[in-house]
Design a protein. Structure first.
Length: 256
């Protein structure tokens, strides 16, 4: 049976990390997922602790995939050069298969879909990936579709959602929000992060309304931001006046 969150239930999202993953593949979707009210994003790797992405940047895994965990509603798999090593890593593939049987949405971006394929989740399913690897989808039993986000159905009413290269992960994450919550929530997050997704049409019609709603929700946070900027601005003005006075004194001719 698939795990779909009830209206007032916390959304639990599992994001798989692995050495040498592409940073934006994970960071973009995490930014979106963390903005869902009443949500929990858990970073999972083969062992707890720092996991190095490309370019010597690290994320910290909350749990190891061998540890017991509460049920999740969403699984998200990023891509990156390290994906190659996962393709034959049975511990990781087995974990993915196990989660994929129960979550409502199995999702990926970039070459993360190839990992799903190695876990035998693309059999006769429509999927996409980074354009350089698009011809590999069919080698893994999938049906290649050259679109930014591709959605297909899994057994028992589950959803398979794959994204093309890197930045498409944000599109995927917004579509996940739409499915797991609703379109209004996805549109609001899109306006918050100033991202335009072609998969959430109609949001342009109410940008002003969404911004007003967001500003009201963030009033306290924004109030603190305004206060500190005014403080720094005042200090800047005083420093500028003082500097002008000093320059005036320096240019005054000496008296005989």
């Amino acid at each position: 049976m698939r795990n779909w969150p009830k209206l007032d239930e916390k959304v639990r999202i599992a994001v798989l990390l692995f050495p040498n993953f592409t940073l934006l593949d994970a960071a973009g979707p995490i930014e979106v997922f963390k903005r869902i009210s009443n949500s929990e994003v858990i970073l999972i790797a083969q062992s707890r602790g720092p996991v190095q992405a490309q370019y010597n940047v690290q994320m910290v895994a909350d749990v190891a995939l061998s540890e017991p965990m509460d049920p999740f509603h969403v699984l998200f798999v990023p891509g990156g050069p390290g994906q190659n090593d996962l393709m034959t890593n049975e511990a990781v593939l087995g974990f993915i298969r196990q989660l994929a049987e129960h979550v409502g949405i199995v999702s990926s971006v970039c070459t993360g879909s190839l990992v799903l394929g190695a876990a035998r989740l693309l059999e006769s399913k429509k999927a996409t990936t980074h354009w350089m690897s698009a011809d590999l989808i069919e080698r893994l039993g999938g049906i290649r579709v050259d679109e930014r986000v591709v959605v297909d159905i899994l057994p028992d009413g589950g959803i398979l959602m794959t994204g093309a290269g890197v930045s498409a992960g944000i599109d995927v994450a917004l579509r996940v929000v739409e499915k797991i919550r609703n379109r209004e929530t996805a549109q609001k997050i899109m306006v918050q992060i100033e991202f335009e997704s072609p998969y959430l049409e109609g949001w342009q019609e109410d940008v002003a309304g969404l911004r007003t709603q967001i500003a009201e929700e963030k009033r306290s946070e924004q109030g603190k931001r305004v206060a500190i900027v005014l403080k720094v601005s005042e200090q800047r003005s005083r420093s500028k006046v003082k500097g002008q006075g000093q320059r005036f004194q320096d240019t005054t001719p000496e008296r005989c």
